[in-house]
Design a protein around this ligand. Structure first.
Ligand code: ZN
Length: 440
């Protein structure tokens, strides 16, 4: 009789402790089946081939033929006039006309040149067909005949997608339920036409059902679900004002993933910090990867496991501190802010005294670390010096000049670290931040 494999080992790809019978990377046949066909994570950790190979996660840079509001890559920066929308009777450079046959021809040419017809194994791709990022909707004769109004461009956009979907049955075409395309179409869409729905209305808290935003989100998903089975969710996994401070979003996200599964959603795109470093991203990305397969994942146990393996000297301290934040978010059911100032972060989950003690302890223990742990801690402690500075800035009266100077020096280490140039999404250059603080 064949001996059953119960061997536990450390996977050399994801560095998690796994049972070799269930490791996604080593044994694809017995890997668990995810309810989501698309599992995108836009984070620096998920940009690593090894992580995507192991967790079977996706990345917009590799798994889409055309992503987001990027039709300008197909029609050019100065498209033919017939491609421009008609707004209030005039041609408008800021929006497209989706009844344009010229646009259709250019899209067909682009798809054939870059991906072929998708018939070859592995060559089918996902293509975004989205209006430009504003609320304008074309009301030319053809678009109005298709059903467009000045606030609803869904009819003309989905008409274009139906045509493309018929021409390329092996590729998938997605629009976004956003601005002028929030409304679902009247008719059912072909099986290879889908929609990406933003979860921005869904409050970022563990329990979110007693809320108008929840009801708005769920009814939008249900309306689209009547017209297409191909629904992906665009969700948010960072504080876009501050990538460098802790953002305990695992439990919040777990409840959202469970909701998406109940709603029959087929894909998740977690919009993280892109290529910019974010504190705790290495651990969170791995847990997201697993959670996209196992919706009931034991987060506490997984966080502890991750840190024990990857941070032999400091792992216990890191897991303890991080899980305290997750527990607080769970117990208080406070919103975790997506564009939060330090004041809002403190109000939500970050206890200043607890954080300062944790950071000091980390600095002391980190000296013992070696190899990859040492390198990861160089990043993390540099990031956390930003958090500590933000706390000082919040209470200028407590400001300790000596500590401030020391923290600024620590933050300057970011120059040595790849991917650590910005502390947030926009106008968030770390060097500019340092310069500003030095003047104060
Ligand atoms: Zn039009």
């Amino acid at each position: 009789m064949k001996k059953k494999t119960t061997l536990k080992a450390v996977c050399d790809i994801c560095l998690c402790v796994i049972s070799l019978t269930s490791c996604y990377a080593q044994n694809k046949e017995t890997a668990p089946v995810s309810p989501f066909e698309f599992r995108g994570i836009y984070s620096p950790t998920n940009a690593l081939d090894s992580i995507r190979d192991h967790f079977g996660t996706h990345h917009v840079d590799y798994d889409w033929g055309l992503w987001g509001h990027n039709l300008h890559k197909v029609v050019g920066e100065n498209p033919d006039e017939s491609i421009l929308a008609t707004i209030d009777g005039k041609k408008d450079k800021d929006q497209y006309c989706f009844s344009s046959s010229k646009m259709y021809d250019q899209l067909v040419e682009y798809i054939i040149d870059n991906f072929g017809d998708g018939e070859l194994p592995g060559s089918s791709t996902r293509i975004s067909i989205m209006p430009r990022d504003n609320k304008k909707s074309c009301t030319c004769k053809q678009c109005v005949a298709a059903g467009n109004t000045s606030t609803n461009a869904t009819p003309a956009v989905t008409k274009m997608m139906r045509k493309l979907a018929k021409r390329f049955p092996k590729h998938q075409f997605f629009t976004s339920a956003y601005h002028s395309t929030r409304m679902a179409p009247k008719e059912k869409l072909p099986s290879n036409v889908g929609v990406i729905i933003s979860a921005i209305d869904l409050p970022m808290r563990v329990t979110f059902t007693e809320n108008k935003g929840y009801r708005t989100f769920v009814s939008m998903v249900r309306e689209w679900k009547e017209k297409t089975d191909l629904i992906y969710i665009w969700d948010y996994s960072r504080n876009y004002s501050d990538y460098l401070s802790p953002f305990p979003c695992l439990k919040v996200m777990q409840h959202r993933f469970q909701l998406y599964d109940r709603l029959g959603v087929k894909g998740i795109f977690l919009n993280g910090s892109g290529d910019d470093y974010a504190a705790f991203d290495d651990m969170q990305t791995c847990i997201f990867g697993k959670m996209m397969y196992d919706l009931a994942l034991n987060i506490d146990a997984e966080v502890q496991k991750y840190y024990k393996i990857n941070y032999p000297e400091t792992g216990e301290l890191l897991a303890d501190y991080y899980l305290k934040l997750e527990r607080r978010v769970d117990e208080t059911n406070h919103i975790i802010p997506l564009y939060g100032s330090m004041e809002e972060v403190v109000e939500s989950y970050l206890n200043v005294k607890e954080f300062s003690e944790f950071r000091t302890q980390m600095e002391n223990v980190a000296e013992k670390a070696t190899g990859p742990e040492k390198e990861k801690l160089h990043y993390l402690l540099t990031a956390l010096s930003f958090t500590q500075l933000q706390i000082l800035v919040m209470n200028p009266s407590d400001s300790n000049q000596q500590l401030k100077t020391k923290l600024i020096e620590q933050l300057k280490e970011h120059k040595k670290l790849k991917g650590m140039k910005n502390y947030g999404e926009t106008d968030a250059d770390i060097d500019a931040y340092i310069k500003k603080l030095e003047k104060q």
